[in-house]
Design a protein around this ligand. Structure first.
Ligand SMILES: *[C@@H]1O[C@H](CO)[C@@H](O)[C@H](O)[C@H]1NC(C)=O
Length: 353
């Protein structure tokens, strides 16, 4: 039952996001509490806070030509995941503790001062890292990071376009640059003013917010304010969208999840976090396998496995019920038969049994 509840909750980050709140106020609000961080789902325990989680949606994980994955247990996800550890100071600043790759259940630190990762959404195996001393590219063969291009800026966030190799970096000076030509060319985006966070949707629209905590979107038509969001009283967190969402991205404001669209509109979802259950990082982008970091641990929610186990639970319940009914029926029939059973003393009634 717990799994089922858990499934319905976590499927929602992906799926409810696809079906935003109807006007029914009595609609179930989905509130994530501490109980949703289930021990059995811990994938990795860290020494430090986990401040970033990135699941590549390209061939690093979803390789259609890769037949080896079908041989392994389908429910056993062998997803490659990048994550960043840091010590978060009381003032919110971070002391770098390294960027890791989690592969085949083994975590490897690949950059001491890595701060963020991004991967393409095409069929390549490209993934890049932003670090204190510039840009790096993932080397899947050696499971390590190689320097990429001449950029040496101190990078605090990175994202990339779905196709190809167009990278956006946010530097410690809070400037955003678009990086192209194998990391050689760097172009400042002057219309993205001093953002604190950036995220790209799958149509290459860039969402960001600055000191006023109001999210904006930068599209081919310029920069627009996202309308209809509440005023942020606490932190604002931009989230990489689940893969099926093209022109939008989720954002957490006042612990509630909203969807922002590239046309500047927004809507509320049914999804919210209890203040004590806010993850330190989350990666819903793969949708069917989602990752949440909480209290220095990474939790994996394999939605497919949860669906199947909840189905198994349901089928088991169903069969148990059937068995009880058959038993009941059988005993009723026995009683009935007993009643109908001609006693030796009344030979007039014929039994069909
Ligand atoms: C903005 O885009 C969203 C998602 O595509 C759509 O549902 C909404 O109706 C659009 N709003 C306007 C004002 O065009």
């Amino acid at each position: 039952m717990r799994l089922l509840t858990c499934f319905t909750t976590f499927a929602l980050i992906g799926l409810l996001v696809a079906a935003p709140t109807s006007n029914d106020e009595d609609d179930d609000k989905i509130v994530v509490t501490k109980e949703f961080y289930i021990k059995e789902f811990v994938k990795y325990k860290a020494e430090h806070d986990i401040v970033n989680l990135v699941v590549p949606l390209n061939s690093l994980n979803f390789d259609e030509s890769d037949s080896s994955s079908s041989e392994s247990n389908e429910l056993d996800s062998d997803i490659i995941l990048f994550f960043v550890e840091a010590d978060v100071q009381p003032d919110g600043s971070r002391v770098d503790q390294g960027l890791y790759v989690l592969k085949d259940d083994k975590a490897t630190k690949i950059l001491d001062y890595g701060r963020d990762a991004a991967a393409s959404g095409d069929d390549s195996k490209k993934a890049f890292f932003g670090a204190k001393d510039g840009l790096y590219v993932y080397n899947p063969k050696t499971n390590s990071a190689d320097k990429y291009g001449p950029i040496t800026d101190s990078i605090i966030a990175i994202d990339m376009e779905k196709l190809g190799e167009v990278i956006y970096i946010l530097t410690e000076d809070r400037d955003v640059y678009k990086v192209t030509d194998n990391g050689e060319k760097k172009e400042k985006l002057d219309d993205v003013v001093k953002p604190k966070q950036i995220v790209l949707d799958f149509e290459n629209n860039l969402y960001f917010f600055s000191d006023d905590n109001v999210p904006y979107v930068r599209t081919a038509d310029g920069v627009k304010k996202i309308e209809g969001l509440p005023e942020a009283t606490g932190t604002v967190t931009l989230i990489k969208p689940p893969f099926f969402l093209d022109n939008g991205a989720p954002v957490i404001i006042n612990n509630k999840v909203y969807l922002m669209y590239s046309n500047g509109s927004s809507e509320a979802t049914d999804f919210e976090f209890q203040p004590k259950a806010i993850p330190t990082a989350l990666a819903p982008e793969a949708t069917l396998v989602q990752y949440y970091a909480y209290d220095k641990k990474i939790y994996e929610y394999n939605i497919l496995a949860l669906i199947i186990s909840s189905l198994v639970e349901e089928i088991t319940d169903f069969l148990k019920k059937q068995a009880t009914e058959i038993n009941n029926f059988a005993s009723k029939e026995t009683n009935l038969k007993r009643k109908l059973q001609p006693s030796e003393k009344s030979p007039k009634i014929k039994s069909h049994a």
